[in-house]
Design a protein around this ligand. Structure first.
Ligand code: SAH
Length: 390
């Protein structure tokens, strides 16, 4: 831990537990430090005074987090401080969910430079210190958990920001909203989730494919937050194995199983690259009754269609190989550069190479609130096929 040495006699205010250290009180700073770093403030004779966040360029050059030498500053520290601040208000004032209140009052709640107000189910935060700025993500994450807010809005635009050398920042910091889709409850993070937070274009297809899952062993590739998996479980799937390379999306998917009281013992969440994982499943001779392939956009434009075609061919070929006789493949493409015609040809080629005798049972499109203007055929980016192998 880097040390900040005070000038002789300048430790007095800290001994009275005032959390600010002014630039004029500092004799020297050990090591290379930058704004927001955690340091130990020590007196001229070297004895410990406090653990602080440094801001070498500001007049208030350090703000003390804690007075114990052993205190570690990290996500757990902020979680505890926020829990204490929010818990104190809950026990003393017991404000109703539709009321407003201050949840965190900066230095006085042991969080220098952090103000948090709650307006019913929206929490507004203001960060005005380099220290809190450094730990912004952890603070927002904890606030989301502790407050159960619908959304967290950031208003870091106070005049004092300039004094700390911080750029203003306003907007939705975290917005996990809850929606219902075909009877399933889903949390949507509009600030950090993919697209606008959720793939609304697949709504009706998730239900249709889910209804086909009853009694089947399902492989759900590119699962995101579990949209298809949840519908499959709700409709009585025997098991659902879901694969995605985003750990955050998989965590939210797991939360969704609990939120909807669905059988957690029937689902498996695999954090992996689908291209590799399908090969692993093939090498293990695993078989499924229903496979969903809903990859991200491989080709945004026609120019990139060829490379995309190889990607689709690869996963569809492996998909066909992993199906039991009578099994179903729900395969999608959201690449604007790959036409429905071309996609069907690619899937046909994949079936042929896999030695599968397949029929098209149905065709998928985006849900009708994504209309396609007759004058703008490019609007039809999402297409899919439901194939059955003989
Ligand atoms: N089926 C989902 C949407 C899928 S979006 C739904 O109904 O909501 C595509 C997903 O593929 C994203 O979650 C992304 O994280 C994941 N992904 C992208 N490339 C991947 C890869 N190579 N392997 C595994 N997952 C991948």
């Amino acid at each position: 831990m880097h040390k900040v040495f005070l000038k002789p006699g300048r430790e007095k205010s800290l001994l009275r537990r005032h959390p600010w250290v002014f630039s004029g009180a500092i004799a020297r700073t050990e090591g290379a430090v930058s704004a927001g770093d955690t340091v130990h403030i020590v007196a001229a004779d070297g004895h410990f005074l406090g653990v602080a966040a440094l801001n070498p360029n500001a007049n208030i050059s350090a703000r003390v987090w804690d007075w114990n030498e052993g205190t570690q500053i990290g996500a757990a520290f902020f979680h505890r401080r926020l829990e204490t601040a929010v818990g104190m208000r809950r026990s003393l004032f017991g404000r109703e969910p539709d009321e407003a209140e201050r949840l965190v009052h900066g230095e006085s709640d042991g969080l220098p430079g952090l103000i948090v107000d709650r307006y019913a189910d929206v929490v507004v935060l203001q960060i005005s210190s380099a220290g809190c700025h450094r730990w912004r993500d952890a603070i927002i994450e904890s606030l989301q958990q502790i407050s159960a807010a619908r959304a967290i809005y950031e208003r870091s635009d106070a005049d004092v920001l300039e004094l700390e050398g911080l750029a203003p920042r306003t907007g939705l910091a975290s917005g996990k909203l809850e929606i219902r889709e075909s009877g399933i409850r889903l949390r949507v993070d509009v600030a950090k989730g993919h697209k606008t937070g959720f793939y609304l274009d697949q709504r009706d297809n998730r239900l249709q494919v889910g209804q086909l899952a009853a009694g089947r062993h399902v492989l759900n590739c590119f699962s995101y937050t579990g949209g298809f998996a949840l519908q499959a479980l709700a409709h009585g799937a025997a098991s659902v194995t879901s694969v995605d390379s985003s750990a955050d999306a998989l965590q939210l998917a797991r939360d969704h199983v609990q939120l909807n009281d669905l059988p957690a013992d029937r689902c498996e969440w695999v954090d992996a690259d689908v291209f590799q994982y399908l090969r692993k499943l093939r090498d293990q001779n695993r078989q499924f009754d229903l496979i969903i392939l809903d990859p991200p956009k491989f080709a945004p434009t026609a120019a990139t269609a060829e490379r995309a075609a190889r990607g689709y061919k690869d996963i569809n070929l492996l998909g066909f190989k992993l199906l039991r006789p009578g099994g179903l493949l729900a395969t999608f493409s959201c690449s604007g550069g790959v036409s429905a015609d071309l996609f069907r040809k690619i899937v046909a080629g994949a079936a042929l190479d896999a030695g599968a005798n397949a029929q098209v049972i149905d065709q998928f499109h985006s849900t009708p609130d994504h209309p396609v203007s007759l004058a703008f055929p490019e609007g039809e980016y999402l297409k899919g096929l439901l194939c059955r192998v003989g």
